[in-house]
Design a protein around this ligand. Structure first.
Ligand code: NAD
Length: 428
């Protein structure tokens, strides 16, 4: 029999995976929160609402498969929940809880009027047919239908989910409502109320914050060497935008391989090669190297844009970059964070660096609500302004209080979240 005392509460940070990382980050920020807001800090450690769902679907072979799904609303003090949906075989509740909390922080860092939420299904979508994937998405949407909506909680794409998945989600929600509700998700196809610029938005935001960091540190983007881990929505766009601004993409790594060329790789050619070959390995314009050698490569900017925990205590000592710009959510463990800090490597944290995606998601939602659509130039300009202003307020707090950019970003965000919480007061 299991002794119930051995099962930890989610408030105990030991062995809790990504949620443990988040709780550690809250501990680091607590000493810098204004005294009058301290009574509310506990709310940051407790997700407001967690929905765990069973998703049964009929497979092509006639059998029924069950998948576990989640939607977590971490904090709704500043507005409706906002955050992506991830399809991955290793999705856990701990991960979705952490990702939802980072959305709370991220939305507050860029000051968009949302709380934090996230969803996920523990599934390897590559093992499913397109029809199975559609059934999975539609059943999951029906199961979480009770807590989502354009003024309640607005999902978006994340790892292994894309515009098509968002279109199915929007359609399923709309069918249940009996009317078309485009504003229930963002990251939709343009023809269904999606926003221009959303596809590249996260990668563009990574680039904008890298430029801001470069200005502060006296580095040039032209000719800078960039290594990118993850060559999906975020990593591919970031690599391409760096390349288009004169930087040299010296290495790219994804699940299928790692390629390196000190003279630079053309991201468009690499993407075309991967589409054709199904792997990065063997790309003729670069040398294929062992995955573990990626971290020690000479570069100026390192962009982790894959999954959590990739920069850890094992490899943080090898990193040669001047700046780490976190495209992924939670790519650096707290232990690695301390090592990078001691080694003088500047980390532009995920909650700031990858906030371009949610910022343009916010634009998409505003456009859907007003049924009036903006030009790509307007979107790029507004994105750049929001990201640069956010960078600047985080940088200033970091300088004033001698903090890392991550802790400074948490200070800025937590103050905003807790201020809203305090003003709203406690119900009943
Ligand atoms: N899509 C967005 O708008 C957005 C916004 C903010 C943050 N993020 C974060 O960025 C990260 C990437 O998201 P995405 O939307 O680009 O996902 P994606 O599915 O489009 O791409 C993920 C990439 O990571 C690679 N990858 C997976 N496991 C890997 C491993 N072990 N080693 C090396 N590479 C690996 C995959 O091969 C793929 O190239 C995630 O942490 C996500 O939460 C995404």
């Amino acid at each position: 029999m299991i002794d119930s005392n051995t099962i930890p509460s989610y408030l105990h940070a030991d062995h809790l995976g990504p949620w443990e990382t988040y709780l550690t980050q809250v501990e680091r920020v607590a000493p810098y929160i204004e005294t009058r807001l301290l009574p509310w800090v506990e709310t940051l450690r407790r997700p407001k609402r967690i929905l765990v769902v069973d998703i049964p679907i009929k497979l092509e072979n006639g059998t029924i498969a069950h998948f576990e799904g989640y939607r977590v609303q971490h904090n709704l003090s500043r507005g409706p929940g906002k955050g992506g949906i991830r399809f991955h075989p290793e999705v856990t509740l701990s991960e979705v809880m952490a990702l939802s909390a980072w959305m709370t922080i991220k939305n507050a860092v860029v000051n968009v009027p949302y709380g934090g939420a996230k969803g996920g299904i523990r599934v390897d979508p590559k093992q499913l047919s397109r029809d199975e994937l559609e059934r999975l998405t539609r059943r999951y949407t029906s199961e979480i239908n009770v807590i989502i909506g354009p003024d309640k909680d607005i999902p978006a794409p994340d790892v292994n989910t894309n515009e098509q998945v968002m279109a199915w989600l929007m359609d399923t929600y709309s069918m249940n409502q009996g009317r078309t509700v485009t504003g229930v998700v963002t990251g939709k196809p343009i023809s269904l109320g999606g926003s221009l610029g959303r596809h590249d938005a996260t990668g563009r935001g990574v680039f904008v914050t890298a430029c801001e960091a470069a200005k502060k540190l006296g580095l040039a983007i032209d000719g800078a060497r960039v290594a990118v881990q993850g060559f999906g929505n975020v990593g591919e766009a970031a690599a391409r935008i760096f390349h288009d601004h004169g930087a040299k993409v010296v290495a790219v790594q994804d699940e299928t391989g790692t390629v390196h060329n000190a003279n630079g790789i053309d991201p468009r050619q690499l993407l075309a090669y991967r589409r054709e070959a199904g792997t990065l390995a063997g790309y003729p314009g670069a040398e294929t190297i062992a995955a573990g050698d990626f971290w020690g490569l000479d570069c100026d900017f390192l962009v982790p844009a894959a999954l959590e925990g990739q920069i850890n205590e094992r490899n943080a000592g090898q990193i040669k970059a001047r700046v780490v710009v976190e495209g992924a959510n939670g790519p650096t463990t707290p232990g690695a964070d301390s090592i990078l800090h001691e080694r003088g490597i500047v980390v532009v944290p995920d909650v700031l660096a990858n906030a371009g995606g949610v910022t343009v998601s916010y634009f998409e939602w505003v456009q859907d609500m007003s049924a009036y659509f903006w030009t790509e130039a307007e979107i790029a300009q507004r994105l750049e302004r929001i990201m640069s202003e956010a960078f600047s307020s985080v940088w200033d707090v970091a300088q004033q209080k001698s903090l890392s950019l991550r802790t400074a970003a948490f200070v800025v965000a937590c103050q905003r979240v807790l201020e809203a919480r305090a003003l709203r007061g406690l119900y009943p």
